[in-house]
Design a protein around this ligand. Structure first.
Ligand SMILES: *Cc1c(COP(=O)(O)O)cnc(C)c1O
Length: 384
């Protein structure tokens, strides 16, 4: 029925309105059509550039170092938690979604003492309770916080959390996976020991490399903490300092593509430029979806311009699988929700997507709703 050509990326693939991996530029993919040895000087120079540029993006020159971790983002989070929290330490995990839950599980598997402070997925952490827990439990050495909790798309108050943790004399570990590169988190203003992110989110590289921006003085205390060989950030950093090389086979193509992606990030105006495009995308998406009756889970002031959660329409004619398939046929891939507080689905604003793509996605949503004979995306028609 759709005679129109489906929307596509520069290389003809469906557009990924998802939390990652994401649509990347043709030039980033093109950067991968070569082979390098892991000791090749050309590759090692690109790798060094990538690690140095990440420290600069963090505003952390001189104070921090980027330690890369082969694998997806979770590998970097696990490396960060198990390398930084000592065996006799205790980690307080702030939870308002799946990524906070995952961090708690990582710490528990590693045999670390833990505590958690949980709020519902549409609610930021309770800062008063955080202060009180740190005052009451002197055993807590570290606090873990998620910057943008991708489960809902909520922007957590990372600067306020960091100030409370620093004032209480404890150490902060940040999962900035879905924010780093698009939402400012400047190490000169926000005090943390370590921050984890990855190649394939707002930096718009391909998946395969996680990294942790580590405070030099804190990393120096991490010898012997790690519970695994491969995820030992102290050892990985030490090998780099000594040899300039990875201990084990690096994902070379991923790193070279990330080098290209970071060049394109700079050309777009760095964190400010990337963040502006994502904010423009989010505004077009949210305004357009609301105009069709859809309701967002979050109010505007809690919504990060990364991924948007929409309540599932209540019209019984709305069948999510048919909605999903109809959008996919038109070249747009969306994402199911994984909330416990509400039945929902998600649409991402990140990756090589521009406001025109979001307008295209809205037109496709309208078409599919018409096909399903759903006149309104909201809960309002439930009573009809
Ligand atoms: C994507 C993401 C991760 C890492 O997930 P992987 O599937 O391992 O790449 C961790 N934390 C947050 C907040 C994320 O959005």
């Amino acid at each position: 029925m759709t005679a129109k050509k489906p929307a596509a990326s520069e290389t003809g693939d469906p557009l990924l309105l998802t939390p990652g991996p994401l649509t990347t530029s043709a030039s980033v993919k093109q950067a991968m059509v070569h082979d390098w040895g892991s000791r090749d000087a050309g590759f090692l120079a690109i790798n060094k550039m990538v690690l140095d540029r990440i420290v600069e993006l963090a505003g952390a020159q001189g104070s921090h170092v980027t330690v890369p971790v082969q694998g997806s983002g979770t590998f970097a989070v696990e490396a960060m938690i198990t390398s930084f929290v000592p065996k006799a330490g205790k980690l307080l995990v702030l939870i308002n979604g799946a990524y906070g839950q995952r961090a708690l599980k990582i710490a528990q598997i590693a045999g670390r003492a833990t505590a958690s402070l949980e709020t519902p997925e549409d609610t930021p952490p309770d800062l008063g309770r955080l202060e009180k827990m740190l005052a009451d439990d002197k055993a807590i050495t570290h606090v873990f916080a998620v910057h943008c909790e991708t489960t809902s798309g909520i922007l957590n108050p990372i600067a306020e959390v960091a100030a409370i943790v620093a004032k209480a004399g404890r150490r902060l570990l940040v999962d900035s996976m879905s924010a780093f590169g698009a939402l400012e988190i400047d190490a000169r203003k926000i005090h943390y020991d370590a921050l984890a992110a990855s190649s394939n989110k707002c930096l718009e590289g391909v998946p395969g490399l996680g990294f942790v921006v580590c405070r030099n003085t804190a990393l120096a205390e991490c010898k012997g903490n790690a519970t695994t060989l491969v995820l030992d950030l102290f050892d990985q950093a030490e090998a780099f300092a000594r040899t300039g090389q990875y201990r084990f086979t690096p994902p070379i193509h991923v790193i070279v593509a990330l080098g290209k992606a970071i060049e394109e990030h700079a050309a777009e105006g760095g964190v400010a430029g990337r963040g502006k495009r994502y904010r423009d995308n989010a505004k077009v998406l949210i305004d357009g979806m609301r105009a069709m009756g859809f309701q967002t889970l979050l109010p505007n002031d809690l919504q990060a311009p990364i991924i948007v959660t929409f309540h599932m329409p209540t019209d019984p004619k709305f069948v999510f699988q048919r909605f999903y398939d109809g959008l996919k046929d038109r070249g747009y891939v969306i994402y199911p929700g994984k909330l416990t507080v509400a039945d929902s689905f998600r649409m991402g604003c990140i990756g090589r997507l521009y406001p025109e793509h979001m307008k295209g996605a809205l037109a496709a949503v309208r078409e599919v709703l018409d096909e399903l004979r759903v006149s309104n995306g909201g809960p309002a028609l439930a009573a009809e």
